[in-house]
Ligand binder design. Sequence first.
Ligand code: AMP
Length: 114
Amino acid sequence: MVNDCVFCQIAAGLHPADVVYESGTVLAFRDIHPQAPTHILIIPRKHIARIADLQPADAAVMGDVMIAARLVAEQIGVDDAFRLVVNSGRSAGQSVFHIHVHLLAGRRFGWPPG
Ligand code: AMP
């Protein structure tokens, strides 16, 4: 755990969050500034700052994150249409440096993304 990382704090139960799914390796909770009617963040419990920092040893946990995205989409009833977004690096839009997958649903999405 990285003490000054808000997502590590959420994963440790030290910071409040609206948790919708948890397992031994993954946590999913609602975004505090939703960009769609459904906006959930799926994180590995392990602190990894960015996709750009991933190592081969992280393959299993990142697989768990993607499977959790599918489970959460089903659980919430949006599995017919949803978008997953991962920002890596500040100029790509990353503001919290603990890997998270945004699960967005409930509205139409444009392409290319902004
Ligand atoms: P990104 O800009 O891709 O790094 O996304 C970070 C996301 O985390 C943003 O959508 C924020 O609204 C969200 N966020 C930041 N702090 C919290 C928090 N304490 N609980 C829930 N979502 C958060």
